[in-house]
Structure formats: C-alpha cells, structure tokens
Write a protein of this length. Structure first.
Length: 666
C-alpha cells in the first residue's frame, strides 16, 4: 500500500562486484574531496564502510513542486563495503530524475567519473500479490569500490508530491561523519519539524526563507535479531511544509489532518451497486443476526477476493472503488477493506478504515503525523447484540463504542482474532469524527500457541516410539495453514512435521502423519504423527539416561552474542505453549533420578516445567507464556537468564536403573 512521493536514494549491493559501467578520468567535485580528506568517524573492526558526507538540499516551489539535490561520499574499509559502490534510485509516477553522476577517488591515481548516461533502468521486481507498479529502479555502478577508496554520487530530481512533507534520515547502518539538510521555501511559507530518536537540532538561517540543519558523528545501527523496526530507532527529522492559507496538500500538523486526507481519497469509493447488494443478500440468506452476517461477509472477503496489488501513481494510497474490486474479484489491502466496508454497510454494520504499519514499533505516540503506514485494515462497529467470546480483538472507543479490529487481507486469521504484528500497535483510525492514533488491542496469551500431547514408549535398547498430537492456535495456526496451502503435493505435507521433530531429535523416522483444520480458520490447526527414534535414550553401564523433554524447543540463543545488546527485544505476539509428555519405561527399569522442576516468572514471560515418576511412567509437563511484546534494555539480563534456564531444562535428563524386582529375579 505504502508509496512515498519522495523515493530515497541509497547504495545497495548488486551481487556483481567487479563489473562496472564505463568510466572516464575526471576530477571528483570539491565537496567529495573535502569529505575524503576529513578525519574518519569512530568505527570498529567490523565496520565495512563509513559515510563521510551526506547532504540533501530540498527546494519547495510556489506551485507545490519540489526539487532536491542529494550527495553522498563513502570510504570503503573492508571488502564487504563494496556494496556501497553503486547508486540505486527508485523512480515513481511523482518523481523525475534530473541528473545522476558518481565518482571514485582512489588511494592512488586519478579520479574516476561515471555519468548518468551509463545508468540502467529496470522495472521493480514484483513479489507476493503485487501485479503492476509504476516504480522503476535506476542503477549507476561506481568503478573501483576497493578498500581504502572513496566513492560517492550526486543526484538531482524533482517531483510533485501528493502531500507537502519530507523526511531526513541521517542515521545509517554505518557511522556518519557529517550530514546536512538544507530547506529553501518560497516567501510566506512555513515549516514544522519533528525529531525522532535524536536530540533536537536547531537550524541556522542560510538565506531568505532558507534553513540548514547539521548533525555530526552519528553512530551506526547494527542489526540485531528481533530488534525494533528501523523507523522506531533511527535518528530522523520529519518536516511538514505549509503554504500561506489553506492548501489541500499541505503537510500534516495532526493525525486528524492525515485522516481527513485519507478520507478524501476514498470519497465515493464505498458506494454500493445492485450487484454488490445482490451478493450480500445471497451470502447472508437465511441469516438474521448481525453476528452471522458479519461472519459470512468476512469469510467471503477472505476467501473469494484475491490479494492483488495494482499501484500506479496515487493508487498506492487511494483505494479502487468497491464496484471495481467486486467485479474483478481482487484488490490490495485497502481495496479489500473498501469492499468489505461497503458490504457490511448493506448489512447495517458500520466500519472505518484503520491504517497501520505491520512492523510494530515503527509508529508510536510520539511519532509526528507521517505516511509511514503500509497496511489498511478495518475497525468494525460491533452491534450491541454481538457478544461472541471469540471476538477478542476489540478496541473500546469512547464515542464509537466497541470496534472489532479485523484484517481482511489475512485469509488465514479468522474474524475476532488479530495477527501478532498488528497487536499492541499504533494505527490511524479514520471515522466520521475525524482521525486519531489509537493502540490496537493485545489478545490474551491463550489465543495463540502450541499444545503438544505425546505418548512415548521406550525399550531397553533406548529406542523410543512416539504418538504426538499438536494443536496450534492464532499465529501458529495461520503460519501452518500458509505453509501447507503452498505444498505442491500431499505427500510433501509430512515435511513440516519432520522439520519440527528434527529440531529436537537427530535420527528418527515418521511412520504416520495427518492434519486437521487446514481450511477451517475458525478452528485450531492440528498435526497427528508417530515416529520411531533409535538410540534416543543412552546407555551408561546398566543405566538408561533419557531426556523427558522429547520434542519442542522454547529456548533461544538470541542474546548469546559477543557484543552487548543495544536495542529492546520485540516478540512476534503473545502466546502460550504447553507440553504434556508421558514416557512408558522399558520393562525391568525404574526411575533412579529426576531433574528438578523449573519455575520462572517475569513480567514479560513465564516458564514452568516438572518431571515426575508415576508407576512405570515418566511424566513431563511444561508451560511457556509470552505476556509482553517488548522487553526493554533494563530487562536484558532477565531475558538472558530466562532463555538459559529453559535451555538447561530442555537438556536435563532422568536416570533409569534396573528395578529391584528385576535384579532379584536375576
């Protein structure tokens, strides 16, 4: 869904290091030589390159057009840094390139220049349900991007943005020595700037209605597993441009401004047609309650309207009309939301657009109004008589009442539930009351997770035979449905079960397998399988050593890194996993020693396990709950301990010895 008027330029890896466009010997510009001679910023041995100089000059014209010049200069420090020796530009309907040049300043010898005539355009690669887009990529390779050399580029472009705003992203994945942003506006125009993840920097006036911001020695952001999304942690400035008087495309000062802009794009798009009315009557025939009608309309949108994105020009933000979506039986997220809203209206149920970023943490209460949303879903006003306990994704609005948050695009998550990435996430609600940023609900842990029940039989040689029942709910069920729906042949369905067992057991063979609930989203998804694993228990003299936790891995090496963690840990969603295993001991053996129970209870998660002996059986039970979706830095030691204790519990073993009766018989 998301399209920015201003597509950022940046350097990326092409996988074709050493193959360069034709170049000529020509001096690099003075700004690049100045950057090359400046002291390097602080970096460590892992740093592939540093950004010596970054400059963006934005000029706003009286008619609302914008021109910009963008400059970058990088010093390559390691062979992996060659990825910065190529400039790529994304060109859209609202962006035109003026010129594009690049240079290399080698450690020895004369400078190289690559001119824009050597740039290559190609269509943007499509993926998923994307069908058509007007975005293209222009690539200009820079020669001799070798260790010790300085590479850089300068690009001029212009565009007519849909909304008068801009974003200056000055923090990178590598250190930045100096970054500048210059803004030139017509007389009488004003701006409003907001800073995120960085201390506010005041600009200096550098001319009539011209300002410049400068930041220096900006540290890099290194990737960490399960870190917050880039917009939630990287330093940036968001600036809205304000023309004299009232213009419909002025930058947003409030979330209400943005909501009203989004609402203006949808005017007339939710108008119904006789064909849509007929379909609503058909699929709700005989169903008299609002809940039944809501359920059936949701299922129709999920199953009968395919996800296909056609995003040309403003189409990345403006939905197609409900009549078009219905006629073609496909659309992107905002199209599916539009058609469903239209159909619900015919059933007497109101609904509102809800724009959200699928990366929880990209937008927060402190974020200024900006077009950082990449997904459109619905907030459905629940009729008073609907009291279904399965409807958990409810936001209580002080004026609109109970709003059921539903994602029509997610065809595997039933209405009433919500995928983890959309829970406890900030979204823009667009209603007749205007617009506001709301926080979506977080579902109780019991609505997502895995429940395993296993019955195992161990023989004296250590071979274990297993019969396992797995039930998956919430995101775990949706994931399996997506995986199994894409399987080419039914005989390959067993691979998912083999994959799961292989995380816990080295040698095994699945002897039977089946699944349930593949096409019934409202029901849990289930696996049933049996396997044989020779040598599972290890012999130690006349003893047998067996691990009670036969299958299932809950620990993580997430924090087992050499470098200290720098960012919070983000969980995918709340969940509750339970295991209940029963191992029948081989004849002539009894339990000699059991591992201790484990009890961990933190604000963000809990874990409890216990191993017991009951006659000729060994019983292992455990429960894990993820209760909070973000673990702050001050709790990293607790999280590390949490995972280490779980790892220890998962490795623990019980010791079996020959029973007294068996010894006496001998």
């Amino acid at each position: 869904m998301q399209r920015f008027w201003r597509i950022k330029w940046f350097l990326v890896s092409t996988g074709a290091v050493g193959i360069f466009a034709p170049s000529v010997r020509a001096d690099a510009p003075a700004w690049m030589h100045a950057a090359a001679s400046a002291p390097l910023p602080t970096y460590d041995a892992r740093t592939n390159a540093v950004l010596l100089y970054s400059e963006e000059v934005t000029t706003v014209l009286p008619d609302g057009k914008m021109k910009s010049v963008e400059r970058r200069a990088y010093k390559i420090l390691r062979p992996e840094g060659r990825e910065y020796a190529v400039a790529e530009a994304y060109i859209g309907h609202d962006t035109r390139i003026g010129s594009m040049k690049a240079w290399c300043i080698p450690q020895q010898g004369k400078d190289y220049e690559v001119k824009d005539k050597e740039a290559v355009d190609r269509s943007l690669g499509l993926s998923g349900g994307d069908l058509i887009t007007d975005l293209k990529i222009r690539t200009l390779k820079i020669p001799a991007g070798d260790v010790g050399n300085v590479v850089g580029y300068e690009i001029q472009y212009e565009g007519k943005p849909y909304v008068l705003d801009d974003e200056w992203e000055f923090q990178r994945e590598i250190p930045v020595k100096e970054a500048r942003y210059t803004l030139q506006m017509p007389p009488g125009w004003e701006y409003k700037a907001a800073w995120l993840n960085h201390a506010k920097v005041e600009p200096t006036a550098s001319g009539t209605n011209q300002w410049q911001w400068v930041v220096t020695d900006v540290s890099e952001i290194r990737h960490e597993r399960r870190m917050p999304p880039w917009p939630g942690i990287a330093g940036r400035m968001v600036v809205a441009f304000l023309a004299p008087g009232t213009r419909p495309h002025n930058g947003f000062l409030t979330w209400d401004d943005m909501a009203r802009w989004q609402a203006s794009l949808a005017i007339g798009k939710r108008d119904t047609t006789p064909e849509i009315n007929g379909k609503v009557a058909e699929i709700t025939s005989g169903k008299t309650t609002a809940q039944q009608q809501l359920q059936l309309i949701a299922q129709y949108i999920q199953k009968d309207i395919r996800y296909v994105a056609i995003e040309i020009g403003i189409g990345g933000w403006q939905p197609h009309s409900a009549s078009e979506v219905f006629a073609h039986r496909y659309g992107d997220c905002k199209d599916k939301a539009t058609l469903m809203s239209t159909m619900l209206k015919q059933a007497g149920i109101d609904s509102y657009y809800l724009f959200i970023n699928t990366r929880r943490g990209a937008i927060g209460p402190e974020t200024p109004p900006e077009r950082m949303f990449d997904h459109a879903i619905l907030a459905i006003k629940l009729p008073a008589e609907v009291k279904d306990p399965r409807y958990q994704a409810i936001f209580n609005h002080p004026k609109l009442g109970n709003l059921l948050i539903f994602d029509p695009t997610n065809e595997k998550t039933p209405i009433g539930q919500l995928s983890g990435e959309l829970q406890a996430n900030y979204a823009l609600l667009v209603s007749p009351e205007g617009g506001e940023l709301i926080k979506t609900p977080q579902l109780p842990v019991v609505w997502s997770g895995i429940t395993r029940a296993g019955k195992f039989t161990l023989d004296p040689q250590g071979t274990i035979k297993a019969e396992v029942e797995e039930t998956r709910k919430g995101d775990l069920a949706a994931y399996e449905r997506f995986e199994q729906s894409s399987v080419a042949s039914s005989k390959d369905r067993i691979k998912r079960m083999e994959q799961e067992v292989s995380h816990s057991i080295g040698m095994f063979q699945i002897t039977s397998a089946s699944m349930t609930g593949l096409d019934a989203n409202e029901m849990p998804f289930g696996y049933s399988y049996a396997f044989v694993a020779p040598g599972y228990a290890k012999q130690a003299g006349n003893l047998l050593v067996v691990r009670p936790r036969v299958i299932g891995v809950e620990t993580s090496d997430l924090l087992e890194t050499r470098e200290p963690r720098k960012f919070p840990v983000i969980f995918e969603g709340p969940r509750k996993d339970t295991d209940a295993f029963e191992i029948t001991l081989p004849g002539g053996y009894e339990v000699d020693d059991l591992p201790p129970p484990t009890d961990l209870d933190y604000s963000f998660a809990s874990y409890h396990s216990k191993t017991e002996a009951a006659g000729n059986k060994l019983k292992y039970t455990r429960t894990l709950e993820i209760k909070e979706l973000s673990v702050p830095m001050e709790k990293m030691d607790e999280l590390k301990k949490f995972y280490r204790v779980i790892a220890s519990d998962e490795r623990n073993t019980a010791v079996l010895k020959p029973s007294t009766a068996a010894a006496s018989a001998k």
